[in-house]
Design a binder for this molecule. Structure first.
Ligand code: BGC
Length: 744
């Protein structure tokens, strides 16, 4: 649904008090109904509907109505599957409608800046392109069912520690290129009905009071036409927030209306801001009323099947030495670990969903295989269990051990960050003991945030990473273990060898309520790759039971960007699908860049052995641009770009290149312009040449590279080196522009 509602609803006939009351909720989940503006109900997810009809809270404490629990974003992201994500959104929309919810509070597209962030399970990736594309697909699906999305948490909310106070201190380039990219993509391509502003400060200013963020960027630059709603309790000063661009404060508070009315009457708040907010609320209500008419009763059985299909597409095969997987049903299997019986399938906090049913991995394994034993082996809540040796004995007696490891619900959650990324020590000790007696050991992982997997990878020959898989994860794990589904998922985060290697390591979680984003644009794989650090598993990694060959990469540049085509052939002996990642590199760049940046991705259909498919990706010109801080604008650097197709950021299969026309960087000369910069302008170079200055030589009687030294001298200082002030002024006054280096 793409109806434009902006300015279609006028509210001048409303009293000031009525308009103001529209801007604060009626209670915890619903908005006020005023005149013809309908009451609307908002609810959490986002990976299921957390509709509370009894007690309300935003911490996941009170219960909610049953709803299908799909894989949270940490799992869903690993599918890299746009169509599937759209289908999940649509199913969520149908269930939301059936539960009378008008707006579902998601998706979360914040960047996973540091693996310790307690809420990473609710976000898609460390990469903005993956987050943006999947976030947009999710919104499109949801809103096609007549339910609004709430794109969150806008913005720079990349840690839970001190989240209601802390300032994310970040430079403009990383802010634009990394942290705002996904928000911008979703707003521009999927038009979410609402955007939720976050709790934190951004460079000192609360997001809820940040006029640049909520108005100049979101509305004026990106064209957002919906409602800006606060995160629950994020508003400190509603007058300042409304002036900045906030439309709706949640949960509702009866005490904040009077100060708004008083501020308008006193002339300290322009009534235009109140009109805007009321009009946006009325426009949202009109969308909602239309949406209600689109209700289609959800088929919960079909949604469970969809949840299973999706979950299987989210499981990453990290390792499979000797082709241990898939398992034959004839082998005897020792299943070990409490997550096999009590699965860990979603995160803790406001997104906690009450599932319609729950597939238990152990039962699903028993469904496939004839001889299955089970031992808990460890606990995650500190409770006592039978001695570990019984699990080891069972592993030894079986043909294969399948060991479920990971983090329990209490070990990670919204509301706090982790101190480390360790797999609990008792689990590692158990694994070592099991592998000591059973070489055929498969590890199945459940966790919301990245774990340090080096010790697991050293010990176990096969690893499946489920992250969090939702209510049908148990069946999906069995489907992958026994080869009913050939895995195709890929990591959306790097698994480092050590926490200390993370680009954000020294700047997390900050101190005195400030977090310095000191790694700049070098977030995730961009940082590991730039420092050439070995990792346990790179961004984008994921194996299949088959093998795929990439060939015939053809790259063509045109006015609006680059198009790349690559042929993928299934060279193995099983049918399967392959996800191809497209990266660009600019080796001769005049600005700081990571070695490669993801620009798009595509998946084949299920390919039979020996068959091939051509995949294509369009990289828009805008996607090639970097944020030029000197002009405050996007610039495409001209010249040659390498375009690669790969199976991870470290497994590049084929590379080609394309020439791209650059944008000029229009910066007029000043006294601060350097000789080197001025010499790039032909007219200025000529004038400087006449005055005896050129950088054409680097030999000097003193043995110094004078050319390089001179290049860094500002024009205004040339007087100290013997040039006349008039001549300097003339060069500056006649003008000139600093080019983009290789573009223009
Ligand atoms: C969370 C939001 C959530 C809201 C309502 C907040 O604590 O940050 O993501 O939608 O509560 O439960």
């Amino acid at each position: 649904m793409r109806t434009t509602y902006r300015f279609c609803v006028s509210t001048p006939e409303m009293s000031l008090a009525d308009k103001v009351s529209l801007g604060s909720g009626a209670d915890f989940w619903s908005t006020e109904s005023v005149g013809s503006v309908a009451k609307m109900i908002m609810t959490d997810g986002p990976h299921g509907i957390r509709r509370q009809t009894g007690a309300s809270d935003h911490l996941g404490l009170a219960g909610s109505e049953p709803a299908t629990c799909f894989p949270p974003a940490v799992g869903l992201g690993q599918s890299w599957d746009v169509d599937l994500t759209r289908r999940v959104g649509e199913a969520l929309g149908r269930e939301a409608r059936a539960l009378d919810a008008d707006v579902l509070l998601g998706p979360g597209v914040n960047i996973k800046r540091d693996p310790r962030c307690g809420r990473n399970f609710e976000y898609f990736s460390e990469d903005p392109v993956v987050s943006g594309i999947l976030g947009a697909a999710w919104v499109n699906g949801l809103q096609s069912a007549g339910v609004g999305a709430s794109l969150k948490h806008f913005a720079l909310n990349n840690a839970e520690h001190d989240r209601m106070r802390s300032s994310s201190d970040v430079d403009l380039r990383p802010m634009r290129e990394i942290y705002l990219h996904a928000f911008s993509h979703v707003v521009r391509t999927a038009s979410p009905w609402t955007v939720m502003c976050s709790y934190n400060r951004i460079n000192g200013e609360l997001a809820s009071q940040n006029r640049w963020l909520l108005t100049e960027l979101l509305r004026d630059e990106w064209g957002f036409d919906g409602v800006v709603v606060s995160d629950w309790g994020a508003v400190a000063d509603r007058v300042a927030a409304v002036a900045a661009g906030l439309d709706l404060e949640m949960p509702g508070r009866s005490d904040t209306n009077a100060p708004i009315v008083a501020a308008v009457e006193a002339g300290t708040l322009d009534e235009v801001a109140v009109d805007r907010a009321a009009s946006n609320m009325a426009a949202l209500a009109a969308r909602v009323v239309d949406g209600r008419a689109e209700a289609v009763a959800p088929d919960l059985e079909a949604h469970h099947s969809l949840a299973r299909e999706v979950a299987a597409r989210c499981i990453v095969l990290l390792k499979n030495d000797g082709g241990l997987l898939p398992l034959s049903p004839d082998r005897s299997i020792a299943v070990i670990g409490p997550f096999a019986q009590t699965p860990r399938y979603q995160g803790g906090g406001s997104s906690h969903v009450n599932p319609t049913r729950l597939d238990v991995p152990l039962d699903e394994i028993r469904f496939h295989a004839r001889t299955v034993t089970y031992n808990r082996g460890f606990t995650t809540d500190g409770s006592e269990i039978e001695p570990q040796s019984s699990a080891v004995a069972a592993a030894s007696a079986a043909d294969v051990a399948v060991v479920f490891l990971g983090l329990g619900e209490g070990q990670e959650s919204e509301g706090f960050d982790r101190d480390d990324i360790e797999v609990p020590q008792d689990q590692l000790e158990l694994l070592t003991a099991i592998v000591g007696v059973q070489p055929n050991t498969v590890v199945v992982l459940a966790h919301g945030g990245v774990l340090r997997l080096a010790p697991v990878a050293d010990a176990a020959p096969a690893i499946l990473d489920g992250a969090l898989l939702g209510q049908a994860g148990g069946a999906a794990i069995a489907d992958v273990l026994f080869g009913v589904v050939n895995p195709s998922a890929r990591l959306t985060e790097t698994v480092p060898i050590r926490l200390q290697d993370c680009p954000s390591y020294l700047n997390f979680p900050g101190e005195n309520s400030h977090v310095r984003y000191g790694e700049g644009i070098f977030v995730g794989y961009r940082g590991y790759d730039a420092r050439d650090l070995p990792v346990t598993y790179p961004f984008g990694h994921g194996l299949s039971y088959s093998t795929f060959e990439y060939s015939d990469l053809v790259v063509a540049s045109h006015e609006s960007g680059i198009i790349a085509h690559v042929t993928v052939t299934n060279t193995g002996d099983r049918s399967g699908r392959e996800i191809v990642q497209f990266y660009t590199s600019k080796l001769d760049s005049v600005i700081a860049r990571p070695p490669r940046e993801l620009k798009g991705f595509a998946a084949t259909e299920v390919l039979e052995p020996g068959s091939a498919e051509q995949l294509s990706v369009s990289i828009n010109r805008a996607d090639l641009a970097y944020w030029e801080t000197r002009t405050d604008g996007w610039i495409v650097e001209g010249g040659s770009y390498e375009v690669s197709a790969g199976a991870s950021s470290r497994d590049i299969r084929v590379t080609s290149s394309a020439d791209v026309e650059g944008d000029a960087v229009d910066i007029a000369f000043t006294a601060d312009t350097t000789v080197g910069e001025a010499l790039r302008d032909p007219a200025a170079a000529k004038a400087l040449g006449i005055l005896g200055l050129s950088l054409g030589t680097d030999d000097d009687a003193l043995g110094m590279d004078t050319a390089r030294m001179m290049a860094d001298i500002p024009l205004g200082r040339l007087k100290a080196f013997g040039m006349g002030q008039d001549e300097i002024d003339a060069i500056i006054a006649r003008g000139g522009f600093i080019g983009s280096g290789s573009g223009g």
